[in-house]
Design a protein around this ligand. Structure first.
Ligand SMILES: Nc1ncnc2c1ncn2[C@@H]1O[C@H](COP(=O)(O)OP(=O)(O)OP(=O)(O)O)[C@@H](O)[C@H]1O
Length: 244
């Protein structure tokens, strides 16, 4: 398998405290990689560095063999290959359709093409019937599905998800997970998912990174990490026995 991201000797500090220290990490292209670990382990910081939004204080990070250690600027070509969804999505004013179409229009995509793309994702997320409803009137679960649709409509090379299903009911979780698998299988999207839900990591990921105190404790295929972890701390964490 080919690596889409390559990290070496990565270091990040906040106010003099080291919050991330990673010797080596290669993220596989076209796979779902889950990042798990206790609160404060550095998961979101790592995601933000991979996404080029946060710059590391040391080390090197390559995206498709280009050095992005200095971050990725707005309007940069690489910025357009990546999309990100956080928990608790915020809707723009306007309809559900307009929310999803907005970014494509901004990029100058012709109207008819926008329509085709947006309708395709609306179908996928099962929200076609509320396409013309005002976005501010929809439920939290629907908003989160729309946020994912807004990211997926670009068919991004990389999709970053930070706790995308936190606080959602099982039906919405299932819809979102289906969409993530669809992005991987039909668009060839590389998905990097931060989750507190161990079962979700197990269900969705091909690879899992287990982090603690800013470092990687274990990284491997899901079979390795969940069925046969090599580190005692991983065993405790995935069995729910770790107290932190
Ligand atoms: N902008 C910032 N300024 C200061 N400290 C920060 C900043 N962002 C993160 N940190 C600190 O860095 C450490 C790692 O935070 P991070 O959010 O990456 O952890 P996490 O594993 O994603 O946690 P959680 O699961 O709670 O979201 C924490 O100690 C946090 O307080």
């Amino acid at each position: 398998m080919e690596s889409i991201f390559k990290i070496n000797n990565l270091m990040k500090q906040f106010k003099g405290k080291t919050v991330l220290s990673i010797d080596e990490l290669n993220i596989q292209r076209g796979a779902v990689t889950a990042i798990i670990g206790p609160s404060g382990a550095g998961k979101s910081t790592l995601l933000s560095i991979l996404n080029g939004l946060t710059t590391p204080d040391g080390g090197k990070i390559l995206f498709e063999d280009q050095d992005i250690s200095g971050g990725i600027k707005h309007g940069d070509y690489n910025r357009r290959s990546m999309a990100m969804v956080f928990q608790n999505a915020v809707m723009f004013q306007g309809t559900v359709f307009e929310n999803i179409a907005y970014g494509l229009k901004l990029r100058g995509m012709p109207e008819h093409e926008v329509k085709v793309r947006v309708n395709e994702v609306l179908e996928l997320i099962g929200l076609k019937e509320i396409a013309y409803q005002k976005a501010e009137t929809i439920s939290g679960g629907e908003a989160q599905r729309i946020a994912l649709a807004r990211a997926m409509v670009f068919k991004p090379k990389v999709l970053f998800l930070d706790e995308p299903t936190a606080n959602l009911d099982p039906a919405n979780v299932t819809q979102i997970e289906k969409l993530i698998v669809h992005a991987k299988e039909h668009y060839g999207t590389t998905v990097i998912l931060v989750t507190h839900n161990m079962f979700q990591a197990k269900r969705l990921a091909n690879y899992t990174v287990f982090m603690m105190n800013g470092s990687i404790v274990e990284y491997g295929s899901n079979e390795e990490v969940f069925a046969n972890p090599s580190n005692e701390k991983t065993k405790l964490f995935i069995s729910g026995e770790m107290i932190y």
